[in-house]
Ligand binder design. Sequence first.
Ligand SMILES: C[S@@+](CC[C@H](N)C(=O)[O-])C[C@H]1O[C@@H](n2cnc3c(N)ncnc32)[C@H](O)[C@@H]1O
Length: 166
Amino acid sequence: MREQSMKIWDKASSSSPSTAWGSWLSAANPTLRDIHEYILIFSKGTFSRKNGNKRKNTSSKEEILELTKSVWTFPAESARKIGHPAPFPVELPYRLIQLYTYEGEVVLDPFIGSGQAAIAAVKTNRHYIGYDIDENYVKLAEKRIREFLIEFKSPKLFDFKNEESE
Ligand SMILES: C[S@@+](CC[C@H](N)C(=O)[O-])C[C@H]1O[C@@H](n2cnc3c(N)ncnc32)[C@H](O)[C@@H]1O
């Protein structure tokens, strides 16, 4: 396994304003507030990905220009809203899937948690496999994926309008 590259996820806009009160406005022992996380990219064997099956890339030119930047900036997800202590925003796996996989491929998340990577896989027309050591999180992920699919597959108002005009 080789490390291919590293990205920084800048979540500044959603970082907590809290700090260690004992060192507030003092040089005594200031505690740094993390406003970023590292995303480490590894590859098995070579760095290049062959596309023998001629699968489709699904990113637009604008998306690729954004995704190939070393720093990504977008907000974190609310643990309370999702019902899991440490959910990713869907945008995180979405970006990685768009950048590193072709349409129809399989995305594995061995720590599926609330199911965000699976939702990103569905959004991008990939398959997914996910598991978690905690059965309750597997149930949460399954429920959230089901709810997402209902919304994702429902026709929208403008779909009906387009059908009428055909
Ligand atoms: C940081 S959370 C992942 C959250 C997920 N990315 C999401 O967006 O909801 C890590 C998850 O890994 C699970 N976990 C911890 N140890 C594990 C193990 N050995 N095998 C499988 N899952 C594990 C935890 O139960 C937790 O749900």
